[in-house]
Design a protein around this ligand. Structure first.
Ligand code: PLP
Length: 386
């Protein structure tokens, strides 16, 4: 009723979020919610964060926009923090899908090859290039033809290594497939994929759009497995909600992304950079250690308290990226609505998965309290639904 001027590309819940503070959100009726979504993995630092508000407000008073025709100290600062000052360069953009577009373009240009290998159940975005490497037919339906030169293989499958041949420009993957069902990459498999890429002269693109920015307890999820991707992409959590994305590539790829080769009007805009600068400062080693500790605590509790609930088939994830896989008799969307009524916001993912992406700043006690609510709702599910 309310959205009659907007295309109905989203299934929206019938309430609006109008304010937030810390890990708590409020709707237009004044109802409060414990947030286990962070947007969709965006507001890792929570809501109404003083340092972020101050930095963005200060930047608002200085300048909102300047073109990329001039030097930008802010972009340099953020890029330096994003790459930890090491052997990578950054190309800024405004979203996750754009970051992946840049990665695919750079991979083709740098290798002079055109084929890509991606994985079933992957999600890399909605623009044509990113959509082409997304392993979900439903999302692609009606939009064909896409890029022709894309092959798909089974994720975590050692047979997939056979598909990594010299005619590929790049392999693109997520360390934990987010939208695809919170499927964790196995360390040994990921390392073999990387080794095979090196052997065959194929670039490895790691999509850290959802897993990056501390979500899994490291700044980037590939750090858990000591990977060194040729290119990685970041967006969601990078500026805690101000639109921004980044494609990060090894320095030696720099010569292929020279003047005029790629760009975007809004890319690296000052407001996003001011926010990202603060986010990257906040995600220091102590903060990330605290996220890992919280995650460890929560995983222990999840396994103890939830794994034995009848309708829970499996629990997967890494750090504060959690997927609770539900029996098909219980519909995840019905569970999400029940949780909303009990003041808890959650997400879904492919395969009837209840997905939790709480703000990274949430106290452990609040995480446990939310999981208690989930346990309570799920415990009654098979009885009421089935
Ligand atoms: C969300 C997401 C994207 C797309 O990001 P947008 O900002 O929506 O374009 C790409 N890759 C992964 C892994 C994502 O989770």
């Amino acid at each position: 009723m309310m959205m009659k001027h907007v295309f109905s590309t989203y299934n929206r819940f019938p309430f609006q979020i109008v304010a937030g503070n810390g890990y708590e959100l409020m709707d237009e009726q004044g109802n409060k919610y414990r947030d286990f979504t962070s947007g969709i993995g965006v507001c890792g630092l929570g809501y109404n964060v003083k340092e972020l508000n101050d930095a963005v407000t200060k930047q608002l008073g200085l300048i909102w926009h300047t073109s990329n025709l001039y030097e930008s100290q802010l972009q340099e600062e953020v890029a330096c923090k994003l790459t930890k000052g090491k052997e990578y360069l950054v190309s800024f953009c405004n979203s996750g899908t754009e970051a992946n577009e840049a990665a695919l373009k750079l991979a083709r240009k740098a290798t002079g090859k055109k084929q890509f290998l991606a994985f079933n159940h992957s999600f890399h975005g909605r623009t044509y290039g990113s959509l082409s490497v997304t392993g979900n037919e439903e999302i692609k339906a009606g939009f064909l033809p896409l890029l022709e030169d894309v092959k798909f293989a089974a994720y975590n499958d050692f047979d997939a290594l056979e598909e990594i041949t010299t005619d590929l420009a790049a392999v693109i993957l997520e360390i934990v497939q987010g939208e695809g069902g919170v499927n964790c990459g196995q360390g040994e498999w990921l390392n073999e994929v990387q080794a095979k890429c090196h052997e065959k002269g194929v670039l490895l693109i790691v999509d850290e759009v959802q897993t990056g920015m501390g979500r899994t307890g490291k700044l980037f999820a590939f750090e858990h497995f000591n990977l060194k991707p040729d290119i990685y992409t970041v967006a969601k959590g990078l500026a805690n909600g101000i639109p921004v994305g980044a494609m990060v590539g090894k320095k030696e790829l720099g010569e292929y992304f020279g003047p005029g080769s790629h760009g975007s009007t809004f890319a690296g805009n000052p407001l996003a950079m001011a926010a990202a600068n603060v986010v990257l400062d906040k995600l220091n080693p102590d903060f990330l250690d605290a996220v890992e500790q919280k995650a460890e605590f929560v995983w222990h509790y999840l396994k103890q308290e939830l794994a034995n609930v009848d309708c829970v088939e499996d629990i997967t994830g890494l750090g504060l990226m959690i997927g609770i896989h539900l029996d098909e008799k219980v519909k995840v969307n019905a569970v999400i609505k029940k949780l909303q009524n009990k003041g808890l916001l959650t997400l879904s993912a492919h395969g009837n998965t209840l997905r939790l992406l709480p703000p990274l700043i949430i106290p452990a006690s609040e995480l446990l309290a939310g999981i208690e609510v989930i346990k309570d709702v799920l415990s009654k599910c098979l009885v009421t639904e089935g």
